[in-house]
Design a protein around this ligand. Structure first.
Ligand code: CA
Length: 229
């Protein structure tokens, strides 16, 4: 029997914790939960989860702070944000704080499960890849650790942003459409929207471009998609 993947849920809605715990357990995961950010951070250090499902709106430390602290404590497990607010700003902020993906409430368990499975597929694929890097201007991105060295600073990009960059790099110089990015990076079952791709592109620009408002490497090709030059 392979060891079960361990999911840590940090969420303050009791019903949601119960529902998610049952559903993930039924799907064969080992589930732990915490109802505050503080407890979640403590628990993460104890159990070393394979994935964290994190609510943004928490009493005490909010999800953004929890995200940053987990990353600061070298917890590299993918973080999937649950956001009750569909405002782009919160999502972008969450992604910048170190989250890997997000689902907006209300969501179906099927949707969440598809996202979680996609993340684990990417984790497994990354383990099999020989180490390599992609350069974006003078920044170096490590495809295995998802870390970028940007003007002397280490920056965490997360799985999805790194996966998008890898795809753009494979086709460097030519535009890649949002549909194709969704298809290759998320797969058919996870169901994110074109807007999701735009959010991750924004994240990449903010982290890698010297002037994110005037990108010189991660470019929009109007009507066609994005390209890396
Ligand atoms: Ca909440």
């Amino acid at each position: 029997m392979p060891t079960k993947r361990r999911i840590l849920i940090i969420e303050d809605e009791k019903d949601l914790i119960l529902g998610l715990t049952d559903a993930f357990t039924f799907e064969g995961f080992e589930v732990s939960s915490a109802d505050t950010g503080e407890k979640g951070i403590e628990l993460a250090e104890k159990i070393n989860p394979d994935l964290v499902v994190l609510d943004l709106m928490l009493p005490g430390k909010n999800g953004f702070q929890v995200c940053q602290e987990l990353r600061a404590k070298d917890q590299m497990a993918p973080i999937l944000i649950l956001s009750a607010r569909s405002q782009e700003n919160d999502i972008i902020r969450g992604l910048e704080a170190g989250a890997d993906d997000y689902v907006t409430k209300p969501f179906s368990f099927g949707e969440l499960l598809a996202r979680v499975r996609t993340i684990f597929r990417r984790v497994d694929a990354a383990k099999q890849r020989v180490s390599s890097t992609v350069s974006v201007g003078d920044a170096q991105v490590d495809l295995d650790t998802h870390n970028a060295l940007v003007r002397g600073e280490q920056v965490d990009l997360g799985f999805y942003a790194t996966a998008i960059l890898q795809l753009l790099d494979e086709r460097r110089g030519e535009p890649v459409s949002r549909d194709e990015i969704l298809d290759v990076v998320w797969g058919m079952d996870a169901n994110p929207t074109n807007r999701t791709v735009d959010n991750f592109i924004m994240k990449l620009r903010r982290k890698l471009e010297e002037d994110p408002a005037q990108p010189r490497h991660i470019l929009t090709v109007y009507g066609q998609g994005y390209k890396l030059v």
